[in-house]
Design a protein around this ligand. Structure first.
Ligand SMILES: Nc1nc2c(ncn2[C@@H]2O[C@H](COP(=O)(O)OP(=O)(O)OP(=O)(O)O)[C@@H](O)[C@H]2O)c(=O)[nH]1
Ligand SMILES: [Mg+2]
Length: 455
């Protein structure tokens, strides 16, 4: 338990009907007794209506809830003061709390205290931090599940299996027997395979969760002048990117975030890929190519009139393994009668089904949006099962998987059980760092300093 008492506004400092000020620490109740007009009404977990009084003067009428330790968010004695959401009132109440001995809380300090008092683990803390910033329903659902232990339980499953494995290996240190050792190696081998499988599953779900929360990158790519910027504008229904009939108009990546099927999509307009005319175009083309490599879903634009030609083939070669949607743009310039034959040929040449599109008339937009939603859902199907994680958690999971590989090869090479048990213990420690059961202070500081004040 910490010595001092902290206070902070937990809602934003805006004019609003209500603001919530939190107080946490051993002096919470005694401070409230001195400033609340009805101290006798301050019973644990009961809301009390009254006034905040400073030197005999009313600062505001409020509702206060007092929480007894350890039955509070932080695990400490705590109170929440719901006052009117006028920044002047909020500042006066905070000033009064500080004058009475509280200190202004740092970012994430309430959550850090909750962690230090065993109320949440670091995977839960990550979810708490995320729920404030979540931009979609699935993120809120995943954050809530994680606050209630979805990721912690998975990590604990790994840790428990590792503890069993370590006990098994340690048994052999004292009772080494050639035949038993051979049997035990086989058992340990399959145990570590199972642990590796568990870690791979968790890591995959963390990676996708991380990716989904930042948004899925979907670049619109193709040769210069095929209408990429026009298509971006058409999807957004606004003049976001400059359109011109001069090839090489777009030289930078232009990003806009929109929602498809409940998933954030970072749509990118890109520089047309062809032989560059100057250094700036060259850099633009490099960025387009890098975006293709790093993105899971691609919208490839082909000029319906020109068909597949020149750099199109080169771009198409870089798309295998990607969810690719091909658009035959400028279909309005193709005579209606010639369109079916032309589209058939385009699809054959491209090696992908082709959606006829016109950024000029908007035809094909609905098909494009449906196709995009379908691809995103198929790529990120079970997205409700994903975990909210940061690079710290992902890094530790990767480290854990690498340690599994090391243990497997030590077993294969018939290394002494002492050495294997040592590496297993290191792996147990790494998994405990994920939940925060073993975490250095500076790491804790960097984690919680990313949180908001009042959280
Ligand atoms: N008729 C017709 N013209 C189009 C269509 N889409 C784009 N254009 C025209 O094609 C030209 C190029 O369009 P942009 O959207 O700038 O093409 P881009 O692919 O972004 O070109 P770069 O940025 O140079 O790579 C402009 O003159 C547009 O008006 C379309 O569907 N139909
Ligand atoms: Mg452009």
């Amino acid at each position: 338990m910490t010595e001092d008492t902290i206070c902070a506004l937990s809602t934003s400092l805006l004019q609003a009907p209500i603001a919530v000020i939190r107080v946490s620490g051993p002096e919470s109740l005694s401070i409230l007794h001195r400033i609340f007009s009805r101290p006798e009404a301050l019973l644990p977990r009961v809301s009390a209506y009254g006034s905040i009084i400073s030197e005999g003067k009313k600062l505001d009428d409020v509702i206060t809830v007092y929480y007894e330790s350890p039955k509070s968010f932080t695990g400490e004695e705590m109170a929440e003061i719901c006052c009117h959401g006028n920044p002047i009132i909020v500042k006066r109440i905070l000033g009064l709390l500080i004058a009475q001995g509280a200190r202004h809380g740092e970012p994430g300090e309430f959550s850090k205290r909750a962690f230090l008092n065993g109320k949440i683990d670091l995977t839960g803390a990550e979810a708490i931090n995320h729920i404030i910033r979540a931009r979609s329903e699935w993120e809120i659902e995943a954050s809530l599940n994680q606050m209630h232990g979805s990721l912690r339980e998975k990590i604990h499953d790994v840790r428990d299996s590792l503890l069993l494995l370590k006990a098994d290996i340690e048994c052999r240190i004292d009772f080494a027997d050639e035949d038993d050792a051979f049997e035990s190696d086989a058992g340990a081998g399959s145990a570590i395979d199972a642990i590796h499988g568990l870690l791979t599953d968790i890591l995959g779900r963390c990676r996708v969760g991380e990716r989904l929360s930042h948004g899925i990158d979907v670049p619109i790519v193709g040769k210069p002048n095929v209408g990429k910027s026009s298509i971006l504008n058409c999807i957004l229904n606004s003049e976001r990117a400059i359109v011109s009939d001069i090839p090489g108009t777009t030289r930078d990546l232009i990003k806009e975030t929109i929602q498809f099927a409940g998933i954030h999509v970072n749509l990118f307009d890109t520089a047309g890929i062809d032989v560059p005319g100057c250094e700036i175009e060259k850099r633009g083309i490099e960025m387009s190519r890098e975006k293709i490599v790093s993105s899971p879903v691609i919208v490839m634009v082909i000029d319906a009139v020109q068909g597949i030609a020149g750099a199109d083939r080169d771009i198409l070669k870089s798309l295998p393994g990607k969810e690719t949607i091909c658009l035959a743009n400028k279909i309005d310039l193709v005579p209606e009668i010639a369109a079916p034959e032309l589209l058939k040929k385009l699809a054959e040449d491209a090696g992908y089904p082709v959606i006829p599109f016109s950024a000029k008339t908007g035809s094909g937009l609905q098909e494009l949006e449906q196709e995009l939603s379908r691809r995103l859902q198929s790529e990120f199907l079970e997205y409700r099962n994903f975990f909210i994680s940061d690079m710290r958690i992902i890094g530790l999971l990767e480290e854990s998987r690498a340690a599994c590989e090391r243990i497997k090869s030590l077993l294969r090479e018939g290394e002494p059980p002492e050495i294997i048990a040592f590496v297993v213990q290191e792996l147990i420690d790494t998994t405990m760092e994920i939940t925060g059961e073993i975490t250095p202070d500076d790491v804790l500081h960097s984690i919680f300093s990313r949180f908001c004040i009042g959280k």
